[in-house]
Design a protein around this ligand. Structure first.
Ligand code: SAM
Length: 277
């Protein structure tokens, strides 16, 4: 387990994931009934841009760093939320658990799994004594089968693995299938990297041929995805997207593309329907 999210926190892929995640959680909260959110690969919770890792690569500068001042309208609520959390966390950038926690109403719940001992310890500390949040030192893939369906039975599962092992797309497709079978009323969201076109196309094709229902993907490209050694784009798959996801995601994608684009050929965004309901 070599992956450390601190190197990548706040990059364009994180902004895509977080802005859409925020929209999904708030949409689920339009109904009064409580919701549960399950973050299967939750990370450390918050990331210090001034740390060795944050400074060394500095991916955040081309991501959230370009949004913090004068954010586009479609991203204004997301950026305001990030800034609010950063103020309370002594400048640290929120990972998905902190972002979701800020959105929870009394009665809503957050469940997190994190396998790396240090990341887990840091997340556990952040939520010590918080009765709305459960943090488990546990394999997120295994927990997907054991924990679902969530209680309450309305909610969202975020699957955000590190993609450091071969076969992670196949594992994701299988995990999504198992999750939808056990939690058919839930919204599923999964982040994935776009380096080269081929593995992403194979992933889409495997989903289209499988049993996962009602799947759309929101993808952002910085450039043509032809170099397997670079993160050229990122996607968020959403199964059972709530009503009006498509126009909201389109607006978020367009704003991200406009502000974070680097003027390279093949940059842009796409919203694709992969399977029907
Ligand atoms: C991309 S990061 C997730 C970050 C988090 N969702 C966020 O956006 O703030 C992936 C995390 O998964 C953890 N991880 C790796 N394999 C895991 C597994 N099998 N189960 C749970 N966590 C795992 C890594 O240690 C890493 O912190």
């Amino acid at each position: 387990m070599n992956y450390r999210h601190a190197y990548h926190a706040g990059n364009f892929g994180d902004c895509l994931k977080q802005a859409l995640l925020m929209w999904l959680v708030e949409r689920l909260q339009r109904k009064e009934r409580p919701i549960a959110v399950f973050d299967t690969h939750a990370g450390a919770g918050a990331y210090d841009f001034g740390s060795t890792e944050g400074m060394r690569i500095g991916e955040w500068k081309e991501g959230i760093g370009r949004l913090l001042s004068d954010p586009p309208v479609a991203l204004a609520a997301y950026v305001a939320l990030v800034q609010e959390i950063m103020q309370d966390a002594e400048g640290a950038f929120p990972g998905t658990p902190l972002l979701v926690r800020r959105l929870l109403r009394p009665g809503d719940r957050l469940v997190c799994c994190e396998l790396h001992p240090e990341e887990y310890a840091s997340l556990k500390r952040r939520f010590a004594g918080d009765r709305q949040v459960a943090v488990h030192h546990r394999d997120g893939w295994e927990a997907l089968k054991a924990i679902l369906p969530l209680e309450p039975r309305r909610g969202l599962v975020l699957i955000d693995p590190p993609y450091e092992e071969p076969g992670e797309f196949a594992r994701l497709a299988a995990g999504l299938g198992a999750a939808q079978q056990r939690f058919p009323t839930g919204v599923l969201a999964a982040w994935y990297p776009i380096k080269h076109r081929a593995p992403v196309r194979d992933f889409h094709e495997a989903l289209a041929a499988g049993r996962l229902k009602d799947v759309v993907t929101a993808e952002l490209y910085l450039r043509e995805p032809t170099d397997p050694a670079r993160l050229n784009g990122a996607g968020l798959l959403v199964a059972r997207p709530p009503y009006e996801f498509a126009p909201a995601a389109r607006a978020i994608l367009d704003a991200l593309s406009e502000r974070l684009g680097q003027g390279e050929p093949g940059g842009g965004a796409a919203l694709l329907r992969i399977t029907g309901g």
